[in-house]
Design a protein around this ligand. Structure first.
Ligand SMILES: NC(=O)c1ccc[n+]([C@@H]2O[C@H](COP(=O)([O-])OP(=O)(O)OC[C@H]3O[C@@H](n4cnc5c(N)ncnc54)[C@H](O)[C@@H]3O)[C@@H](O)[C@H]2O)c1
Ligand SMILES: [Zn+2]
Length: 355
């Protein structure tokens, strides 16, 4: 497959490249986009073993001076402690404002490295080198960065668009099936928001169509982010399944992964939408079937009480109201702002059918 380039018209504007062997070619591409300089590659210990060597070789060959930092893989590392360790590392290495970071890994690496890039010396540039499907279809694009706090998911963070995103589709071959499924959950979310073209690719053999799924997901997200970079309004639609999803992650002590939790969150909110009379049972059943076909679960091991308490600790609460995203049909979702006091009954309605 050839390399596709998608232009994202947000921030100063940047390219998302999707194709094979982009990690081996990242040095020359990065040199063209940001110029050869010092670069700190941030990664986790799993990705380090798999992909760090070719990245360092390619960057060094293109004239970059490279240093590397890796941390224990997994959501448990997405905290202030790891952010602080990255910032101290950058300072010890003496990176300056004209240097840059490269986030090599999944969404956890991207969210942490992007956050570090946004606050080190009040902001330096960074590249996203996504190695999971979730990072490719979602987290590497759009400039949201974050860490979790004790109070909840993604509670500290900032918006900073990357200088470029290089998505090497070859990396997807080494993903364990559950990690691939996490990415398919976000792609299904985007399919429900964007319409039949993407959603139908996720029905049946999605694994054979990943490049197309990535390209369509990135295009759709790019258009939304262009319209509302800092999530003041329409970008909130991308949170479909996330109020309940984040609550599931939090209730599980982050043992249930983000993608899996979002999948269950989508199922809950689709069922609630049926009960509320805004979505047909046929559409909700189609969504649930697609989630199951892609190795995801639609059941939730927590009660409405537990989920509501966790969700109301979430940053998406604003005053006494909370905004949910509800599906009407594939390609048609809407924002629905309700009183915080009504959230419990919506979650309970969504759980009733699927628990
Ligand atoms: N910033 C955003 O807009 C945004 C959007 C969606 C999700 N997120 C965040 O992304 C995170 C989830 O990302 P994720 O699912 O990529 O998790 P992750 O980064 O933890 O990666 C999952 C696991 O896969 C391993 N891995 C990564 N690439 C691999 C490869 N090519 N082969 C084999 N193993 C590999 C990792 O080491 C890790 O153990 C969550 O924290 C979520 O909140 C952010
Ligand atoms: Zn998500």
């Amino acid at each position: 497959m050839d390399t596709l380039t998608i232009d994202i018209d947000a921030g100063t504007g940047y390219e998302v490249m999707v194709g094979p062997e982009l990690l081996q070619r990242c040095g020359d591409i990065a040199a063209r986009l940001v110029g050869p300089r010092r670069v700190a590659v941030i990664t986790d210990e799993t990705v380090e073993k798999l992909y760090l060597d070719p990245v360092v070789r390619s960057l060094t060959g293109a004239g970059f001076r490279v240093c590397t930092f890796s941390f224990l893989a997994g959501e448990g590392s997405k905290n202030i402690g790891t952010l602080s360790a990255i910032l101290e590392f950058l300072a010890e290495e003496g990176l300056t404002r004209s240097d840059c970071l490269a986030a090599l890994g999944g969404g956890v690496v991207g969210d942490l490295a992007g956050f570090a890039a946004g606050c080190y010396l009040r902001g330096i540039r960074y590249l996203q080198l996504p190695t999971t499907l979730l990072a490719a279809v979602d987290s590497s694009v759009g400039g949201k960065t974050a860490v979790n706090l004790r109070g909840g998911k993604n509670m500290a963070g900032l918006f900073l668009q990357p200088a470029a995103v290089l998505c090497d589709t070859g990396c997807l071959a080494t993903l364990p099936p559950p990690v691939l499924a996490d990415g398919l959950a976000e792609a299904i979310k985007t399919g429900i928001l964007s319409g039949e073209e993407l959603f139908s690719l996720l029905e049946g053999d999605a694994a054979g169509r990943l490049s197309e799924i990535i390209a369509l997901s990135v295009r759709f997200k790019g258009d939304i982010v262009k319209a509302d970079e800092c999530e003041a309004g329409p970008r909130r639609i991308l949170n479909l399944g996330h109020t309940v999803g984040h609550a599931i992650e939090k209730c599980s002590g982050y043992r249930i992964t983000h993608g899996r939790a979002v999948a269950a969150g989508i199922a809950v909110i689709a069922r609630a939408a049926v009960k509320l009379g805004c979505c047909s049972a046929v559409t909700a059943a189609r969504i649930e079937k697609t989630l199951l076909e892609n190795g995801l679960s639609v059941t939730v091991p927590f009660s409405a009480d537990e989920l509501t308490a966790a969700a109301l600790g979430d940053k998406k609460r604003s005053g006494e109201e909370i905004t949910l995203v509800l599906p009407r049909q594939i390609g048609d979702c809407f924002l629905w702002t309700i009183a915080v006091a009504d959230l419990h009954s919506v979650i309970a309605a969504g759980l009733e059918v699927i628990r």
